[in-house]
Design a protein around this ligand. Structure first.
Ligand code: HMG
Ligand code: MG
Length: 289
């Protein structure tokens, strides 16, 4: 929802957002990032975050989380009774500055006002490190930066850090090198992968992560999304493509692929454009066609 809708041209009305959340829950997804408590001036598509979070109540066993950049975002998340927030920072200075108007050091320092108070209020906190595979402004990024930031976020109280290929430039051997470095310092259960599928290589990178012990992968229904402050960033890996691959490999996800496909149709209808996901387009049963 969050990564998906923040980069759509259309601002989806509240009712449409709630319909899609409902469809995702019915598909069996248990962790859904439903919105973002960032500045409505920066991300107008999610300006109704308070309303979305107040109306969408997660059923037992399901977690709804929201992106949260600072103490003001945390106050909004608390008022909306969100149980999990995610903080975010980039591995490259220029993307971080364009995205949150602060240096990386300032951003991490400001998390002192967000992570610990959220934990004290009983919330879980996840961290994102963006531009790990490359930066739209600086090009190559030293993976050691991601390792240092991820370790810092975990030390500050995040339960997991999601490593982002924000602009979808990663390829498998590159992914292997990054994960080797990260996993030398951090256990795999504290790592997730967040691969944008700009160049069609997201699933190949996920497979590398899976074989190296990573078990959490972010995805976006239909392949919606991107980062508005990363030029050229296309959608996340489509959730249907991820689940299709995992199902074929005999990996249990708890997600019903047919219902997920139907959720993709809901997503398409609320954003009003054809979505790029492969399984979304081909259908789950396309071999019979
Ligand atoms: P700023 O303008 O530097 O903020 O923005 P400020 O602290 O100077 O405050 C300016 C105004 O914004 C004030 O209001 C604040 O109250 C308000 P005013 O006095 O002018 O009326 N404000 C807020 N309002 C609502 N909620 C808040 C909030 N904070 C301040 N939380 C800020 C700094 C971080 C707020 C801004 O840069 C921002 O919102 N950036 C968000 C950008 C964003 O959401 N990007 C996309 C998500 S990240 C992503 O997509 C990558 C990821 O998917 C992983 C990957 O793909 O790699 C996670
Ligand atoms: Mg993203």
């Amino acid at each position: 929802m969050r990564d998906g809708l923040q980069n759509e041209r259309a601002t989806v009305p509240l009712r449409g957002k709630l319909r899609l959340i409902d469809a995702l829950v019915r598909a069996g997804l248990r962790r859904i990032e439903i919105t973002s408590f960032v500045s409505p001036k920066w991300i107008p598509q999610l300006a109704d975050a308070d309303e979305v979070a107040k109306h969408a109540r997660p059923p037992e066993g399901v977690t709804f989380s929201a992106l949260c950049p600072n103490a003001r975002g945390l106050a909004r998340a608390r008022a909306a009774r969100i149980s999990e927030i995610a903080v975010f920072v980039s591995a490259s200075e220029t993307h971080n500055k364009k995205n949150v108007n602060k240096t990386v050091t300032e951003t991490l320092a400001a998390f002192e006002d967000t992570i610990a108070p959220a934990r004290e209020a009983g919330m879980r906190v996840r961290g994102y490190v963006s531009t790990v595979w490359g930066c739209p402004y600086e090009g190559e990024v030293d993976p050691k930066k991601a390792v240092a930031i991820a370790s810092r976020l975990l030390a500050m109280g995040c339960y997991q850090v999601s490593l982002g290929d924000t602009i979808g430039v990663g390829t498998p051997r590159h992914t292997e090198r990054i994960l080797e470095l990260v996993l030398a310092d951090v256990p795999p259960e504290q790592i997730a992968m967040h691969m944008h599928d700009t160049r069609g290589v997201a699933l190949a990178n996920v497979l590398v992560g899976l074989e190296m012990g990573v078990r959490d992968f972010d995805a976006s229904v239909g392949g919606m999304g991107g980062c508005p402050y990363a030029p050229g960033a296309a959608g996340n890996l489509a959730t249907e493509d991820l689940v299709y691959m995992l199902r074929g490999m005999g990996v249990e996800t708890g997600v019903d692929l047919e219902r997920l496909w139907e959720a993709g149709k809901v997503a398409e209808s609320i954003v009003g454009r054809a979505l790029p996901g492969k399984v979304h387009q081909a259908g789950v049963q396309s071999l019979r066609a």
